[in-house]
Design a binder for this molecule. Structure first.
Ligand code: TPP
Ligand code: MG
Length: 433
């Protein structure tokens, strides 16, 4: 106040004191949880606009919640993708496989076989059901929580585990953090640890696909927390300006490690509503409803393929477990949240739907779970032959200087010689390489 001109200080007295709002999650450890404020819409009640519609026609859907599976476990309304029983069973099998894989890899990390792992528990539909709605050669730019896409595209479990163990069978030669897969053959772009970088990459790839006169579209997945990164907004701008054939999937699982979605703007509006500002199509979907996710993704894919442009899909879901093996969610959120989450569990919902159709039963489900666990166990054993963390069976140390430059620059030649020499001095026995 003292350094303000006299008049200004006088005027200021009548004005309200400015303040900031710092978001705070509703529930902390030990709190009783009540999610009754979350609007769970009636399955089948949301309109399904034509895939070729003007983007503005989707605006109401960005504040709604597209749902297909009702409380009666049956499919309802215009978004019902009308999948046959075999396809539904295949989806359920992918779900079960990802759960079995996550369970075993989590255990493997606790046993010291790898340094790091990330589960996708509760979010299986957002990757698997979405991937099943795309063509197998559509290019995907995922984040680290979409292992379901690789499972749905038939990637080898052994290859996945080799990468997680950074062993000598790891095609990425131990140069990526565990779970940051890459497979050109599966049109699965290398995962990057730098959040949201995959979003402009996806849009750029989609633009290139159109420039080349190709017919493949791109899809990217990004966490709700990561939408606060500038990259996400650049991606939306480019997608809108050039009407790029791309799908922007925002997986809103409520949490970004220990920061809740409020820090990315969730208290103000939905993540799907971002689409309105950019003038692109937007849909907010129940991310735990496998049929709704499939239908929304297929709608967006058809639209992009027909040059209708980009779609932003918010998958409203919940991260049922820790962020990663390095995280302990009991330190910052109420354990009751997972139980109280009003949209249920995607695996259970699909299972109950198939049972309601007379196409599945508890015995078959239990047998499938067992078979998946056995398959993952066998793959783990195979991968372990190539080595686990700390057992020395990784790619030779010196190879870390290879493959980046066509010709290694002189200063890296020097560094490489120095590093190799240092290791020879430290480990005269020759181990580890
Ligand atoms: C640019 C950048 N900032 C921060 C981090 C550290 N980090 C890794 S994951 C994560 C949380 C991301 O949350 P969200 O986008 O909601 O995805 P989710 O993990 O929930 O799937 C953070 C902050 C990072 N990897 N990159
Ligand atoms: Mg999140």
């Amino acid at each position: 106040m003292a350094d303000r001109p006299e008049g200004t200080a006088q005027e200021g007295r009548n004005k309200p004191v400015l303040s900031l709002h710092v978001p705070e999650p509703t529930y902390r450890p030990g709190d009783a949880v009540d999610f009754s404020h979350i609007a769970v819409t009636q399955a089948g009640a949301q309109p399904r606009p034509d895939e070729a519609c003007h983007a503005s026609e989707t605006a109401p859907l960005t504040l709604d919640l597209v749902r297909v599976l009702g409380d009666d476990d049956l499919a309802h309304g215009p978004w019902d993708p009308k999948l046959d029983a075999d396809t539904l069973r295949q989806m359920l099998h992918h779900f079960a496989m990802v759960r079995a894989f996550d369970a075993r890899m989590y255990r493997g990390q606790r046993q010291g076989k790898t340094s790091f792992y990330m589960k996708c528990t509760g979010e299986e539909a957002t990757s698997i059901s979405a991937a099943m709605a795309l063509a197998s050669d559509d290019m995907v730019f995922p984040s680290y929580r979409q292992q379901g896409i690789l499972i749905a595209r038939g990637y080898s479990l052994v290859e996945m585990i080799n990468q997680i163990y950074s062993n000598r069978g790891d095609k990425l030669k131990g140069r990526q953090l565990p779970i940051m897969y890459s497979s050109r053959e599966h049109s699965f772009f290398s995962i990057s640890g730098n959040l949201a970088t995959q979003t402009p990459q996806a849009v750029g790839w989609a633009m290139a696909s159109a420039i080349k006169g190709d017919s493949r579209i791109a899809a990217t997945w990004v966490g709700e927390g990561s939408t606060a990164e500038g990259d996400f907004h650049s991606a939306c701008t480019f997608a809108a300006v050039y009407n790029a054939p791309v799908i922007l999937n925002v997986v809103n699982n409520q949490w970004a490690i220990s920061s809740f979605s409020g820090f990315a703007g969730a208290e103000r509006t939905t993540f799907a509503a971002r689409a309105v500002g950019y003038g692109i199509a937007g849909i907010r979907v129940d991310g735990n409803d496998p049929l709704a996710v499939y239908a929304a993704e297929r709608w967006a894919a058809n639209r992009a393929r027909a040059n209708g442009g980009p779609t932003l899909i918010e998958h409203f879901t919940y991260r049922a477990e820790g962020h990663s093996t390095s995280d302990d969610p009991s330190q910052y959120r109420s354990a009751q949240e997972t139980e109280e989450w009003p949209l249920g569990d995607p695996v259970n919902r699909l299972k109950k739907h198939l049972i309601a159709l007379g196409e599945w039963d508890e015995d078959r489900h239990a047998a499938m779970d067992l078979a998946c666990a056995e398959e993952v166990k066998a793959a783990t054993k195979d991968a372990e032959k190539n080595g686990i963390l700390g057992h020395g069976l990784h790619h030779p140390f010196a190879t870390m200087f290879e493959d980046v430059f066509e010709e290694l620059p002189w200063h890296l030649v020097e560094q490489s010689k120095q590093a190799i020499h240092e290791r020879e001095v430290k480990f005269p026995e020759g181990r580890p390489q």
